[in-house]
Design a protein around this ligand. Structure first.
Ligand code: HPA
Length: 273
């Protein structure tokens, strides 16, 4: 057994002492997007600091706990607060919770983030279903020894964002009267926002939205054959010729304003699953 597998089992064992819910769905909520938790019929919460080998979150707007309960009647585990590479964590730490949530039983990952819009047709506050990603992070979470019990050395990256999930999310969005966009998410390490030249480059290489998260967790989820739905909330527009200053505060405010759409969409999506 690899050290990683041992650590996953250690964390799972401790969590199992506090809850016997077997989550079907793992949920990761992005910056300013934590309110979905209010729709969860909560059974147990566990602070990250009480789980062995879990990192502890540093960003103020993240709370740092795992929530177990039922969303639309389905058993879920929700990360309130995620780990970013820019905070100084290694990729193994950033993605460790995904490994644990899968080991607890979750075969589905729903992940959200706050992102800058690159597609000129987008607007601040838009909800974007992620159809694909571009990984511009400096390190891949699968680098190093591969644990064959978790997944293959060279995982396929076609259909990373499950096509049936995207179709279902579109259908649900229509029913709920939420207008949605679809597009490619590119992840950079941050913590700087992009220069105008960088926003232009990211658009040219095929991205519709840019952020500093999600891709590591999704790669690890796919390594373990979890089915993924990714949603970006567009918090600012990265249009190089008419760029306005952006800040963490602006991102949080825009995310919080658009958040009810995300909660509505995810709640209805889980119900429809
Ligand atoms: N760039 C990178 N990350 C982001 C942005 C952005 O413009 N907005 C929200 N997260």
């Amino acid at each position: 057994m690899t050290e990683l597998s041992r650590e996953i089992n250690d964390a799972t064992k401790i969590i199992r002492k506090t809850t016997n819910i077997v989550p079907q769905i793992a949920i990761i909520l992005g910056t300013g997007l934590g309110k979905l938790v209010q729709n969860i019929d909560i059974n147990t919460t566990i602070s990250y600091k009480d789980i062995p080998h879990f990192p502890v979150s540093t960003v103020e707007s993240h709370e740092g706990r795992l929530i177990f309960g039922y969303l639309s009647g389905k058993p879920v585990v929700c990360m309130q607060g995620r780990f970013h590479y820019y905070e100084g964590y290694g990729m193994k730490e950033v993605t460790f919770p995904v490994r644990v949530m899968k080991n607890l039983g979750a075969d589905i990952l729903l992940v959200s983030n706050a992102a800058g819009g690159l597609n000129p047709l987008f607007e601040r506050g838009d909800v974007m279903l992620i159809t694909d990603h571009i990984n511009l992070l400096p390190e891949n979470p699968l680098r190093g020894e591969n644990d064959e019990s978790l997944g293959p050395r060279f995982p396929d990256m076609l259909g990373v964002y499950d096509r049936d999930f995207i179709k279902l999310a579109e259908k649900v969005a229509l029913q709920e009267k939420i207008s949605i966009r679809k597009g490619v998410y590119v992840s950079l390490q941050g913590p700087c926002f992009e220069t105008p030249a960088e926003y232009r480059m990211l658009r040219i290489i095929g991205a519709d939205a840019v952020g500093m998260s999600t891709v590591p967790e999704v790669i690890v989820a796919r390594h373990m054959k979890m089915k993924v739905l990714g949603i970006s909330i567009i918090t600012d527009m990265g249009l190089p010729d008419i760029l306005e200053p952006v800040s963490h505060e602006i991102v949080i405010k825009a995310a919080e304003e658009a958040e009810p759409k995300l909660t509505k969409l995810v709640t209805a999506f889980v119900k429809a699953l």
